[in-house]
Design a protein around this ligand. Structure first.
Ligand code: PMP
Ligand code: GLU
Length: 395
């Protein structure tokens, strides 16, 4: 920590997902054969038809600054996508395109939170929710869950976590890291609690919408009594394997979208012009076109769950979406494995990196200190080899 830096940055944790990915990269450069299962990044190429649209945009001389909240034709494509996939109706003034869903989330925290406002985070939650909230002065309040309840909160646990300071709730479904998917009925039951607290804004992170093996995705915004206080966050990183292209977006009440537009106008301006043009093509295409990736993730889930079941001391739920498994490995706490003492999930994840050369992420970063996150957005060979190495390092 450097005292010359702001208190703001000194108080911020480094993103655990990105830190582990950087560490794996470093070790690889040193010549170690690391299998990276830390980063949630599809290993597929960007679909050809999306690449073609980007090439076309370059040729058509797209190069200027873009409108801060996104090209009008992209906003229209997003509106059509929301109607087609989610039964949600938005107008252009309710859409803001950003440099990744991460920026969408940061905008929302910055425009909605005041110092001391509480942010409900059903745990486990995606790493950055907590630090983004804190950066904006918010106070994260974790809502605990258990593996037995598929890592889902209940109306009772939600109600018990609400205080007079609660301003926001952020959750993802399908969930990173647990893979849990809230059904329409479960979301309705949570909404029934929230209707008594109209000041709470719900941020529904639906970036894994298409990577959902239940066949049913529901947005909290679809309920009429929640629409005006729910912000839907989505993007193309996961479903279209466009992580580095950096396009995310929101569908929000007009007053929130306007504030995000203002915030973004001072911080980054509009998102990249070529990536926006390619995103129009991605979103206008039928979700059938990306089904081959979803099918592959489903196969890999089966593979990894089978392999993990053979490793002693790993307890998992059955993830229904996204591309992670989140095993409880607390069985190893207090044990000495081949001379290394394991007291925490961080110790365990480090042990796997050093002794099995497999990169995972500690559950502590996701608000669950008993688990580690393993991404199965990797080839079947990599998954098989990683599990073999993990097993060997532990028995
Ligand atoms: N939300 C969740 C749940 C994520 O896993 C991620 C990781 N990419 C993001 C948001 C941010 O995505 P983007 O690449 O669009 O910034
Ligand atoms: N969201 C991905 C993950 O959870 C990518 C890394 C990040 O953006 O933090 O691994």
């Amino acid at each position: 920590m450097n005292p010359n830096l702001s208190k703001r940055i000194n108080a911020m944790a480094t993103s655990a997902t990105l830190a582990m990915a950087a560490k794996a990269r470093e070790l690889r450069e040193e010549g170690k054969d690391i299998i990276g299962l830390s980063l949630g990044e599809p290993d597929f190429n960007v679909p050809e038809f999306v690449k073609d649209a980007a090439i076309e945009a370059v040729k058509e001389n797209y190069h200027s600054y873009t409108p801060v909240d996104g090209y009008g034709d992209l906003k229209n494509a997003i509106i059509t996508k929301f109607k087609r996939d989610n039964d949600l109706i938005y107008t252009p003034n309710q859409i803001v395109v950003s440099t990744g869903a991460k920026q969408s989330l940061a905008n929302l925290a910055m425009v909605l939170l005041n110092e001391g406002d509480e942010v409900l985070l059903p745990a486990p939650y995606w790493v950055s929710y907590s630090d983004i909230s804190k950066l904006a002065g918010g106070v994260p309040v974790e809502i605990p869950t258990s593996i037995e309840s598929d890592f889902k909160i209940t109306p009772k646990s939600l109600k018990a976590s609400i205080s007079s300071k609660t301003k926001m709730m952020i959750y993802s479904s399908p969930c990173n890291p647990s893979g849990s998917v809230y059904s329409r009925e479960e979301l309705r039951a949570l909404a029934d609690v929230l209707i008594d607290y109209p000041e709470i804004i719900v941020i529904s992170d639906e970036i894994y919408e298409h990577i959902n093996f239940t066949g049913q995705h529901t947005s909290m915004a679809v309920f009429e009594d929640m629409y005006n206080r729910t912000v839907v966050v989505n993007g193309v990183s996961k479903a279209y394997s466009m992580t580095g292209w950096r396009i995310g977006y929101i569908g929000a009440p007009d007053w929130i979208a306007r504030a995000c537009n203002k915030m973004q106008g001072q911080i980054t301006s509009g998102a990249n012009c070529i990536a926006q043009q390619a995103t129009i093509t991605a979103l206008e295409s039928s979700p059938e076109k990306i089904k081959y990736m979803i099918d592959a993730f489903k196969e890999r889930r089966k593979l990894i769950l089978g392999l993990i079941a053979e490793i002693p001391g790993f307890k998992t739920n059955q993830p229904q979406g996204a591309f992670y498994v989140f095993p409880d490995i607390s069985y190893y706490f207090g044990k000495i494995i081949k001379g290394t003492t394991i007291n925490t999930a961080s110790d365990f994840s480090m042990y796997l990196l050093e002794k099995a050369n497999v990169a995972t992420v500690t559950g502590e970063a996701f608000g669950n200190p008993n688990c580690i996150r393993i991404s199965y957005a990797a080839s079947e060979e990599a998954i098989t080899e990683a599990c073999k190495r993990i097993k060997k390092a532990l028995v």
